[in-house]
Design a protein around this ligand. Structure first.
Ligand code: AMP
Ligand code: ZN
Length: 493
């Protein structure tokens, strides 16, 4: 299948600070790199928001017919506690605390990450490389950067020379910072650091004797700097220049700024054409983060075991909640917001469930399906605007409900078109799934009461009431079956 030529996507590019028409380097193919998690703890809901945001982009590009190579790494070494190349390796620290091997930490939290994202129905990336699986490539990269004159060695460690880089290309162009300001705002640490300038960053660090995650290199037994792995893996699988690079907003600086510097140092071209940054999920108005304790884990939402929500919410409702905000907007999670999302989600799913049983008419329908469909595409083409898409989906659901109630009519051809488009947008593009409907005891008790009232009405030969109960329940997707002994019900999927 070719790429739909009708749909032209506008992407907000963090590098230019404006929306730009998306033109991939290789016609029908897209190369996309997204920074993955550092696997030293369970992913919190904020992390999931970022990965869901990119899942939507991946899904939409595929939906349009692009062949997408989506690379999302696993950081399993090199990410120190402090962004300024200081502190312990996060994974090694966790291994020390839990008294297990670093690779046990990595295994445990990688499995948790995959399981969690699968619950949210995110598609796996095309390639999921690990930092420890690419040490050779990272050492090669350090050599290339040194050969190009941008790296220097001090006592077994190698640093990137930011000042030198800034002579030919602005360091800070992604995050909107100026190197002079950074220098001006940095406190004097002379004598404490082996870096020539505090803005320089580590490409390779010599391991202290207690540092267990170490590899041999031409400079020392050590480990790669955090920013290096993403350049090594993105260039290996997508080339020196590829289409999209993404991550959470908080990775713009220093991580992505350093990736740009490394990429430009080895190839004289900016690594990615479009830089996409997903905004933060907040809780109580503050960024959700592991370090501050201001976070909620996905499983705590699903089980209801948390202090924030009154009751559990499913992964699909949680995903729907996230998609109701644009990926570049801050989103605050709360009990009320989740309750509203749950209502909206079940309205959407109910609309989908009654599609098949709609009666069609000969006369023209009161809904312009082609125009509606184009509005859905316009929303997604405008920087993947899921809230506008969802508003359009609700317009269609309202119409479907009206047809169901006999207030509107639809032709067979329009119904087929509307049905397939709705299903495509809901399932393929938004990745929302119909959940197994659980009959909770409230519903069960209410249904048993209605069946009892209907039986009473039938015994009184009040068929108007008994039929009304049966028909109204059927409209709501609850089908009654009268057996010889008793009346049972099934929920329509
Ligand atoms: P980390 O494992 O800390 O590298 O984070 C993995 C991804 O989650 C990164 O792209 C972060 O930018 C992103 N992230 C971290 N906190 C949040 C948050 N509160 N909301 C959205 N994304 C986040
Ligand atoms: Zn990265």
């Amino acid at each position: 299948m070719g790429v739909s030529t009708e749909q032209r996507i506008q992407i907000y590019n963090s590098l230019s600070g404006s929306k730009e028409e998306f033109t991939p380097i290789h016609n029908q193919m897209v190369g996309m790199y997204v920074c993955g998690p550092t696997v030293y703890n369970n992913v919190h809901l904020g992390n999931c928001r970022t990965f869901i945001s990119f899942d939507i982009i991946f899904r939409y590009l595929k939906h349009l017919g692009y062949k997408v190579r989506y690379v999302r790494n696993i950081t399993d070494a090199g990410h120190l506690e402090n962004d300024a190349d200081e502190g312990e390796d996060r994974i090694a620290k966790k291994a020390r605390i839990e008294e297990i091997e670093p690779m046990e930490v990595v295994q445990k939290y990688t499995v948790d990450f995959h399981r969690t994202l699968a619950k949210f129905n995110t598609l796996p990336p095309s390639i999921e490389p690990t930092a420890t699986g690419h040490i050779v490539e990272q050492i090669e990269l350090v050599k290339q950067i040194m050969d190009a004159g941008y790296g220097y060695e001090v006592d077994g460690s190698v640093y990137f020379d930011v000042l030198k880089f800034n002579e030919s290309s602005a360091y800070g162009k992604l995050s909107g910072r100026k190197l002079e300001d950074m220098i001006h705002n940095t406190r004097e640490t002379s004598g404490q650091s082996e870096k020539r300038n505090p803005q320089d960053f580590a490409l390779w660090k010599k391991a202290q004797p207690e540092h267990i995650m170490r590899w041999p290199s031409p400079w020392s037994d050590g480990f790669p700097g955090w920013h290096l792995e993403c350049t090594a893996m993105s260039t290996k699988y997508l080339g020196n220049q590829f289409d999209i690079h993404g991550g959470g907003m908080d990775l713009k600086f220093p991580h992505h700024e350093c990736e740009i510097a490394q990429g430009e140092a080895i190839s004289n071209c900016s690594p990615a054409n479009y830089w996409i940054h997903a905004n933060m999920l907040t809780l109580n108005g503050k960024k959700m983060a592991k370090s501050t304790g201001n976070n909620i884990l996905p499983n705590e939402i699903f089980s209801g075991e948390n202090d924030i929500m009154d009751r559990p919410f499913s992964p699909a409702v949680t995903r729907f909640f996230m998609l109701q905000a644009h990926y570049r907007s801050v989103l605050d999670i709360s009990n009320d917001a989740m309750l509203a999302s749950e209502k909206g989600f079940s309205k959407l799913m109910h609309g989908l469930s009654i599609l098949e049983s709609l009666a069609t008419a000969k006369e023209t329908t009161g809904f312009d399906v082609a125009k509606w469909k184009q509005k859905c595409y316009i929303a997604m083409n405008d920087d993947f605007n899921t809230p506008i898409l969802i508003a359009n989906l609700f317009d269609a659901v309202k119409f479907v409900q009206n047809v169901n109630d006999g207030r509107e009519s639809i032709t067979k051809g329009d119904l087929d078109e509307l049905g397939s488009s709705l299903n495509n947008f809901v399932h393929d593009v938004l990745g929302l799934t119909q959940e197994e409907q659980k009959v909770d005891h409230y519903l069960e008790n209410s249904l048993n009461l209605l069946i009892e009232l209907r039986n009473d009405a039938r015994n009184r030969k009040d068929f108007a009431t008994s039929d009304k109960i049966r028909d109204e329940l059927a409209k709501a997707g609850i089908l009654l079956q009268d057996g010889a002994q008793e009346t049972t019900y099934t929920l329509k999927k």
